[in-house]
Ligand binder design. Structure first.
Ligand code: GCO
Length: 477
């Protein structure tokens, strides 16, 4: 990922520079006002595979996640039931209403709508999303539909190589057209992809997510075909209807050099990671080109006209923010980049993610300064409960504190000129957290898995007051 020249430069600099400077935590200016605009969108985000269950019901086809080995999931669980939202979606919508949510970001499972990924449409799958959308509209909740939240139809993976195959992009556009023509009369807001960089790396390089591959050579093709799919899908949606608001959701992650080791080399590693993780999706969409450091492995995939397809005008950028990444120079790894730990003594959530609201501020600053200040929706942000069945967790003050601090960062960035139109909390109900299974709990609402009883946590009432007034309260001493 780093060029030889950059490595040589970094190494030379290292000889001069010596060890890393002392660590200074990032900060951001205090907010001037705690009042968000009246039209700010307060919402909640979920995804199909993590919540719906009903994997073999009403003609849904299998996805790559259906066959992902349970041995690779922390609690050996599967998502066969999850939140049972396929059957309980009315309860979900009632919870959204009780939360005073204005919007709901959910995802549509491609294999529920087109079971084999291409070809026959499953009307019962379309009908489910139709009911889900109608239920939201009845309660004046605006649906935000994500088209791809990692649940690729298994047939596309097994028979065609999934996202490594350019044809998958075309099939995705066909599916997007099906969604637009069936649901676009009522769904006006779309997120095309969810966190494609996570899907590339966790799914194709690290093997910890479906499709469970461990091949760094896939970074180029999978990245490019996801970008291409997104461009083609935006074109398909716009061709089907002219009244849609369209964006995409990226895991925009501040990439920081590890605090220990040789600073200039770590800085080069952080830059390299940033190029393939953030830049490889932001740049082609918003600038019409890949970052220099990503070009080497993208270029073999490029065909004439691709960059024009990818650079589609979007109405918003969806930004998911949880934590920064730390990178260090690693001579042994292929790209000389290895993940590192946050500096010592940084606060972490139960998921072991660093809690750093300044990272939220930084990504908004970056979008403002480097990418032409697009309209932004925070499409995910949230933290996990401790891994415990202790009922006291219902009193989740740590979540309230987390949200308050991240929303201060959002508001501070808005006061500096960022165009943030809304904030979607991850998530509504504790759900199936991919490789973590059911251990991680990010919800405003808990669910007892044996009885399916749902109960709101303290953060639910806190967020409700916020959504109703738009006023962010101060921390109690
Ligand atoms: C992601 C996904 C969500 C996760 C959430 C909590 O960002 O990984 O969009 O599916 O559940 O982020 O980890």
């Amino acid at each position: 990922m780093l060029t030889r020249r950059e490595l040589a430069l970094a190494a030379a600099a290292a000889g001069l520079a010596g060890c890393a400077p002392a660590y200074t935590p990032a900060t951001f200016p205090a907010v001037q006002s705690r009042q968000f605009p009246r039209d700010f969108i307060w919402g909640v985000a979920t995804s199909a595979f993590q919540t719906e269950g009903a994997l073999n019901v009403d003609g849904r086809g299998p996805s790559i996640w259906d066959v992902f080995p349970r041995e690779k999931i922390a609690d050996r669980s599967d998502a066969a039931v999850a939140d049972d939202s396929y059957h309980r979606y009315r309860e979900d919508v009632a919870l959204l209403q009780g939360l005073a949510a204005k919007a709901y970001r959910f995802s549509i499972a491609w294999p529920r709508v087109v079971p084999a990924g291409a070809g026959a449409i499953n009307q019962k799958g379309v009908d489910f999303y139709s009911r889900l959308v109608d239920a939201q509209l009845e309660k004046r909740i605006t649906p935000y539909a994500t088209l791809f939240h990692w649940d690729l139809p298994l047939a596309l993976q097994q028979q065609h190589g999934g996202w490594a195959n350019r044809d998958t992009a075309r099939r995705f556009a066909e599916y997007a057209n099906i969604v637009a023509t069936r649901l676009g009369d009522r769904v006006k807001h779309f997120c095309i992809l969810n966190e494609p960089s996570v899907h590339v790396f966790a799914g194709h390089v690290l093997g910890i997510h479906a499709p469970g591959l461990t091949d760094a050579n896939l970074i180029g093709p999978v990245t490019h075909h996801l970008n291409l799919a997104q461009g083609l899908a935006i074109q398909a949606l716009r061709a089907a209807r002219s009244d849609l608001t369209i964006g995409t959701t990226l895991a925009i992650t501040p990439s920081r050099p590890a605090h220990d080791g040789i600073a200039p080399l770590n800085e080069a590693a952080a830059k390299g990671f940033d190029a393939v993780w953030n830049g490889a999706f932001l740049d082609p969409l918003l600038k019409g080109l890949y970052p220099a450091q990503a070009r080497g492995f993208i270029e073999p995939q490029l065909r004439a006209g691709d960059m024009e397809v990818i650079r589609q005008p979007v109405d918003f950028i969806g930004a998911n923010y949880y934590a920064p990444a730390y990178l260090r120079f690693d001579l042994m790894s292929q790209a000389h980049i290895a993940p590192s730990d946050p500096p010592p003594n940084t606060a972490r959530d139960a998921f072991n993610r660093e809690i750093d609201p300044a990272g939220m501020w930084q990504i908004l600053k970056r979008l403002r300064e480097e990418y032409g200040n697009p309209s932004v929706l925070i499409t995910e942000n949230g933290c996990s409960d401790p891994f415990s069945d202790d009922p006291a967790i219902q009193d989740d003050r740590f979540r309230i504190d987390y949200l308050r601090r991240h929303l201060e960062a959002v508001k501070s960035a808005m006061e500096a000129g960022s165009r943030v139109a809304g904030y979607f909390h991850w998530t509504l109900i504790d759900n199936w957290e991919w490789a973590e299974g059911y251990r991680s709990k990010f919800g405003f609402v808990s669910q007892d898995r044996a009885s399916s009883l749902r109960a709101t946590k303290a953060s639910y009432s806190w967020f409700k007051a916020l959504a109703m007034t738009g006023r962010l309260n101060e921390a109690q001493a």
